[in-house]
Ligand binder design. Structure first.
Ligand code: ATP
Ligand code: MG
Length: 441
């Protein structure tokens, strides 16, 4: 308790009041107080004993004021022990994946997936989450992972499969990540086939939880899980994808469709981003409703437009609405682009495009240093992009960006010269770089 008092980040204390009332510990009364006195009896001289007693009493008083567990409020010791183990594990491991700052309707979406898993609990359960980009598949998959992952010793959440599997090396990297997550081992993998063979051997008959996020080809699932039917009973495999056909080919047990947000959910999410409250500010109700109508229940669009309009004047809101009016309904990227176009200076635009092309998944401090070296004032620039929901900071300080936003940024670079990569401000595909350098374009 002393250490905790002198250090804000000091050790975590969880008091457990085992057959004793917290108020008795706080006041050290009755038998508890007598026992405490008795323990110190052997300490000499008296001055030292009194000093120790004072310290202990103070610590007990503080501990009793921290919320903990009182055994009398549990139906059985079993329940108490389970609760303690759960909570301590949660505190020391923090294996939870960050989802989103302002979740809306997430619990019910997670529960829908959870129920289909529960229905299959005695066998291997393969569940697909399907829906268009930006609807919340990854967010829901993280939610379900957070809900159930502690029941699995072997578990892994593989993100960014679409992007990483653009190359063979990417496949191998993900195979290594999977083995490392599941079994805490570092494997040398020479090619995709040998990686699959190692994985197959290791996971066969094991109870595992594997989430494969944003799968674009059936072969990605095969490369990462071999034959899912060989997994141990009680295993759960969750696949998220924009392509329902993949789920049919994989013969998943159940497909959960990611639904658009309804009007109320959209308005709430929008309000959290635009006003930092659950509903619109007075005088902004109608404007908010109008903007939300253009988002088509797509949380990504709601989030980006809401963040863009945060602390803006009514005139600025009206100008956004007049731009939205002209954008066809299904042109999500055009809607997201309003936020990019609204960046006030070129350095912020440059930072955004640089991150889109080169720095997704890289450490924030590392990127800041490089961009500062280019004279781009990256500390403030990155902070503004995060405020606008164009950029996120994920686990381990890594920069993350939604792939539809990334594609929007890359398209801005590409459209400067569709035919001739040599004229573009940035090149991110190895082949383009090679062509430009060898052909001297
Ligand atoms: N229930 C929700 N509450 C609040 N925000 C949400 C919710 N679901 C999704 N979002 C937000 O919407 C954005 C898009 O969600 P997400 O990345 O999960 O979509 P996705 O379906 O996985 O898209 P893609 O197919 O492009 O991978 C995220 O930034 C997320 O924060
Ligand atoms: Mg996703």
């Amino acid at each position: 308790m002393e250490h905790r008092r002198s250090n804000n980040n000091g050790p975590v204390v969880i008091p457990i009041f085992y057959h004793v009332d917290p108020s008795v510990v706080r006041r050290q009364g009755g038998d508890f107080g007598k026992a405490l006195e008795a323990i110190t009896k052997r300490i000499q001289p008296e001055k030292e004993r009194q000093e120790l007693l004072r310290t202990w009493k103070r610590a007990l008083n503080q501990a009793a004021n921290i919320s903990g567990w009182d055994s009398s409020t549990f139906r059985s010791e079993n329940e108490l022990v389970n609760k303690i183990v759960d909570e301590v594990r949660r505190k020391v491991e923090n294996t939870f994946l960050p989802t989103t700052e302002f979740p809306v309707g997430l619990e019910s979406r997670v529960d829908q997936v959870f129920m289909s898993i529960e229905n299959q609990s005695s066998k291997v359960s393969m569940v697909g989450i399907w829906g268009m980009g930006g609807l919340g598949k990854t967010t829901t998959a993280k939610g379900i992972y957070n809900k159930i992952h502690r029941k699995f010793v072997h578990r892994s959440f593989i993100e960014n499969i679409r992007q990483t599997c653009e190359s063979d090396k990417g496949y191998i990297r993900l195979q290594q990540q999977l083995l490392s997550d599941l079994f805490k081992t570092k494997e040398k993998i020479h090619n995709i086939a040998s990686g699959t063979a190692i994985i197959n051997k290791r996971i066969s008959e094991k109870k595992v939880l594997i989430v494969l996020d944003d799968v674009t080809k059936e072969q990605q699932v095969k490369a990462l899980c071999g034959n899912p039917k060989c997994l141990g009973l009680g295993s759960v495999l969750i696949v998220t994808t924009r392509d329902a056909h993949i789920l049919r080919r994989l013969e998943v047990d159940c497909v959960c469709t990611a639904e658009e947000m309804n009007e109320n959910e959209s308005l709430e999410l929008f309000s959290w981003h635009a006003f930092r409250s659950a509903s619109p500010r007075a005088n902004f109700s109608e404007l908010s409703q109008n903007v939300v109508n253009y988002c088509g229940g797509l949380p990504l669009a709601v989030e980006v437009l809401g963040s863009y309009l945060y602390k803006r004047t009514k005139e600025e809101w009206k100008s956004v609405l007049s731009i939205l009016e002209k954008i066809p309904n299904d042109e999500v990227q055009e809607k997201l682009r309003i936020s990019y176009d609204g960046l006030t200076d070129d350095t912020k635009k440059a930072i955004f495009l640089d991150v889109c092309c080169f720095f997704i998944g890289k450490d924030r401090d590392y990127v800041t240093e490089i961009l500062n070296g280019c004279g781009l004032f990256a500390d403030i620039g990155i902070a503004v992009l995060i405020e606008r929901s164009l950029l996120k900071v994920e686990k381990n300080n890594k920069l993350g960006m939604h792939d539809l936003i990334r594609d929007m940024g890359r398209e801005i670079v590409r459209e400067s010269s569709k035919e001739d990569p040599g004229v573009r401000s940035r090149l991110w595909f190895q082949e383009d770089v090679y062509d430009v350098l060898t052909k001297n374009t």
